[in-house]
Design a protein around this ligand. Structure first.
Ligand SMILES: Cc1cc2nc3c(=O)[nH]c(=O)nc-3n(C[C@H](O)[C@H](O)[C@H](O)COP(=O)(O)O)c2cc1C
Ligand code: SF4
Length: 561
C-alpha cells in the first residue's frame, strides 16, 4: 500500500518541519481573533521591527489560538533542542525582554506559563522539542490544559495557519492522500459510519448516515457544504478552528467529497469572520497550488474544489434550508422539510451539509481508524467536543473534552469555577436556544441525550457560566430578546409568540406581573416550541422553560401571588 506523499509534497513537508523545529530560535505570536483583540498584532509588529533592526538569527511566526483565551496574548519560544515555552499575558512592553532573553539562549521566566517537551499531532507525527527549563511547569500540569483531550485543536496555536508546509509537517493531508490512493470511497464512508461521528452543529445526526443518504441519491450533480455560520452569542469554536487550522477543514471536506462522490463543495461563512475567511481563502489557494484541490487531486482521477460563500450574519441562516436560500441569493428564510437537503438542496441537487467541526473530525478518523475514534468519548457519543467556556467563569477559553465529560469537570476542574471568587449558579449550554442548567445538575454529562433529558441542548458548543449575582429571569429575557430579533417572521408562533413572551418577561421584571402571567408564559412557550416551523422557534423557548422549572422561586418573587 503506497502511503508516501509525492516528492513535491514531501519537500514541502520537510520544509515545514524545518520551520516548526528550526536550528535557530522560533518565536510565535497567537494571532487568532482572540489574541489579536487583546494586543497580539501590536506585539507581533513590535517583535518584527526589533528583529529587523537587530537582525538576529531567529524566526517569528503567527499562529492561531491555543485555547487559553484568558491568558492571551500568548507568545511561544522554542530554542533548538529545548521545550516549547508558552509566555502568557504578554504586552508590547515585554517584547524587548523577550528578545533579550531569547538572544541569550533562555526565556523570560517571569512570563512563562508552561513548557511542552513533545506534542502528538495525532496524524502519525509527534514533534519532540527537547528537555530543559525544568523550573517551568509542564503543559499537563496546568489544570486548564491537563484535563483536556485535544483532537480537533491538536494543531491550534502551534502551527502557522497561513503556511501549508507546517500543516503537512504535522501529518496534514496524509489521510486524504492515503484514502484517494488506497481506499474505495465506500470504505471511507464505512469508516465514518463505524466511528459513530455525530454532527457537531447541534442535532447530533450521524454524519456517516447523512453522507450515505446523499451518496445514494441518483443525480448528475451533488454538493457538500460546510456550515460555518456560527451565530450563537458566546460561541466561537468554529471561528477558532478555521482561523487556527484551516487546512484541517479542507482535508475533511476532500474526504467527504470523495466518499459521497461530488466535485464541488462550499463553505458558508458569516462575513463577520473576516480573519477566518482570509485564512480559508489563503489555504484553498495553497492547496490548489499543490494539486490538493482542483483537477485530479494527488494525480488521481478524483477532482474536487471548494468555494467560499459569505452570509450577512443572520442567526437563522445557520438553519439548513435558510442557508441554501441565502447561497442561492434568495432571502434567508427556512422552508418546511421535506424535502431535506439530501433530496433537494443547493440548486435542487442532493446536498450534504455538515458543521465545521464535523468535517474537522474526519481526517483523524481516517488516519487512526474508527475503532481508535470510538474509544474516545461515550457510548453513542464518540469523540471529543470543543466548547467555548465563557461568562462568569475564571478561566475563559476553548475547551476540548471527550463527550460524556461532566459539566462539573468543565466548569470547576478546567474553568476553576466562578470569576472573582463568586459562586457559580448555572450554565447555559447550546447557544440562545439552550437551557439554563442549575448547579445541582452539574453531574450531568455533556452528550446529546443527557443534555436533552434536562431540557437543554448541545447546540454547537457554547457554555455560558452564570454566577450568584445573575438574575435568571433577566437571562431568559436576554435570550428571548435575541431570538425575537433573529426570527425571520415567516411563521406566526415564532414571530408573534416570541414577541409576547418578551412582553410578559418585561412585565414580570418590572414587578407588574401576576401568577397568571407565569402560567401564560409556560403554555405560550410550549406552544411556540411545538408549532414553529424551524429549529429557531422550536428551541427558542428553552431558556424560559428551564428557568421556570429550575429557578421558579426567582419568578415567584417578582410577581404578585
Ligand atoms: C436557527 C438555527 C441556526 C443554526 N445555526 C447553525 C450554525 O451556525 N452552524 C451549524 O453547523 N449548524 C447550525 N444549525 C444546524 C443546521 O441546521 C444543521 O443541522 C447542521 O449544520 C448540520 O450539520 P451537522 O450534522 O454536522 O451538525 C442551526 C439550526 C438552526 C435551526
Ligand atoms: S420558526 Fe421563526 S425563524 Fe423559523 S421559520 Fe418560523 S418565524 Fe422563521
Amino acid at each position: 500500500m503506497k502511503t508516501e506523499l509525492p516528492v513535491g509534497i514531501i519537500n514541502r513537508e520537510n520544509s515545514g518541519l524545518k520551520k516548526l523545529k528550526p536550528d535557530i530560535p522560533r518565536i510565535t505570536v497567537g494571532l487568532a481573533t482572540c489574541g489579536a483583540a487583546v494586543g497580539g498584532t501590536a506585539i507581533y509588529e513590535r517583535l518584527r521591527e526589533s528583529i529587523q533592526k537587530r537582525n538576529p538569527d531567529l524566526s517569528l511566526v503567527p499562529t492561531g489560538c491555543i485555547g487559553y483565551c484568558r491568558e492571551e496574548p500568548i507568545v511561544t519560544v522554542a530554542h533548538p533542542g529545548k521545550p516549547l515555552v508558552l509566555l502568557n499575558r504578554v504586552s508590547v512592553k515585554d517584547c524587548d525582554d523577550i528578545l533579550n532573553a531569547v538572544l541569550s539562549g533562555t526565556v523570560p521566566h517571569d512570563k512563562a506559563l508552561c513548557r511542552i517537551e513533545e506534542w502528538d499531532h495525532l496524524m502519525g507525527h509527534n514533534i519532540t522539542y527537547g528537555r530543559g527549563f525544568d523550573e517551568i511547569p509542564l503543559y499537563d500540569e496546568i489544570p486548564f490544559f491537563g484535563q483536556q483531550k485535544k483532537v480537533i485543536l491538536r494543531d491550534a496555536g502551534i502551527i502557522n495557519p497561513e503556511d501549508i508546509d507546517e500543516f503537512l509537517a504535522v501529518g496534514g493531508y496524509s489521510a486524504a492522500y492515503n484514502a484517494l490512493r488506497n481506499m474505495e470511497p465506500d470504505t471511507v464512508l464505512e469508516e465514518v459510519e463505524k466511528s459513530g461521528l455525530r454532527g457537531r452543529g447541534g442535532a447530533g445526526f450521524p454524519a456517516g448516515l447523512k453522507w450515505r443518504i446523499t451518496k445514494e441519491k441518483k443525480s448528475d450533480k451533488k454538493y457538500i457544504i460546510c456550515n460555518a455560520d456560527e451565530g450563537d452569542p458566546g460561541a466561537y469554536m468554529n471561528r477558532n478552528e478555521m482561523e487556527s487550522d484551516p487546512h484541517m477543514l479542507i482535508e475533511g471536506m476532500i474526504l467527504g467529497a470523495y466518499a459521497i462522490g461530488t466535485d464541488e463543495g462550499l463553505i458558508y461563512i458569516r462575513a463577520e469572520y473576516p480573519l477566518a475567511i482570509r485564512r480559508l481563502k489563503h489555504a484553498i489557494a495553497e492547496a490548489r497550488e499543490l494539486g490538493i484541490l482542483g483537477e485530479n487531486i494527488f494525480g488521481t482521477d478524483f477532482s474536487f474544489d471548494i468555494q467560499i460563500a459569505t452570509g450577512a450574519g443572520a442567526f437563522v441562516c445557520g438553519e439548513s434550508t435558510a442557508l441554501v436560500a441565502s447561497i442561492e441569493g434568495r432571502t434567508g428564510r427556512p422552508h418546511p422539510r421535506p424535502p431535506r437537503l439530501t433530496d433537494s438542496g443547493l440548486w435542487g441537487k442532493p446536498t450534504d451539509l455538515n458543521n465545521v467541526e464535523t468535517w474537522c473530525n474526519v481526517p483523524v478518523i481516517i488516519k487512526n481508524g474508527s475503532e481508535w475514534y470510538r474509544n474516545i468519548g461515550a457510548e453513542k457519543n464518540s469523540g471529543t467536543k470543543v466548547f467555548s467556556l465563557v461568562g462568569d467563569v475564571e478561566k475563559v477559553g476553548l475547551v476540548e473534552v471527550p463527550l460524556g465529560t461532566t459539566l462539573k469537570r468543565i466548569v470547576f476542574d478546567i474553568g476553576n469555577g466562578g470569576a472573582d471568587g463568586k459562586a457559580v449558579k448555572a450554565v447555559q449550554t447550546g447557544g440562545p436556544s439552550g437551557g439554563c442548567i442549575p448547579l445541582r445538575l452539574f453531574d450531568t454529562t455533556v452528550d446529546f441525550e443527557s443534555l436533552n433529558a434536562i431540557g437543554s441542548i448541545m447546540g454547537s458548543g457554547g457554555i455560558v457560566v452564570m454566577d450568584e449575582d445573575t438574575n435568571m429571569v433577566d437571562i431568559a429575557r436576554y435570550f428571548i430578546s435575541f431570538a425575537t430579533g433573529e426570527s425571520c417572521g415567516k411563521c406566526i408562533p415564532c414571530r408573534e409568540g416570541l414577541k409576547h413572551t418578551l412582553i410578559l418577561l418585561n412585565r414580570i421584571l418590572a414587578g407588574k406581573g401576576t401568577a397568571e402571567d407565569l402560567d401564560t408564559l409556560k403554555s405560550l412557550s410550549e406552544t411556540i416550541a411545538a408549532t414553529s416551523l424551524c429549529g429557531l422557534g422550536q428551541t427558542a423557548p428553552n431558556p424560559v422553560l428551564t428557568t421556570l422549572e429550575y429557578f421558579r422561586g426567582e419568578y415567584d418573587s417578582l410577581v404578585k401571588l
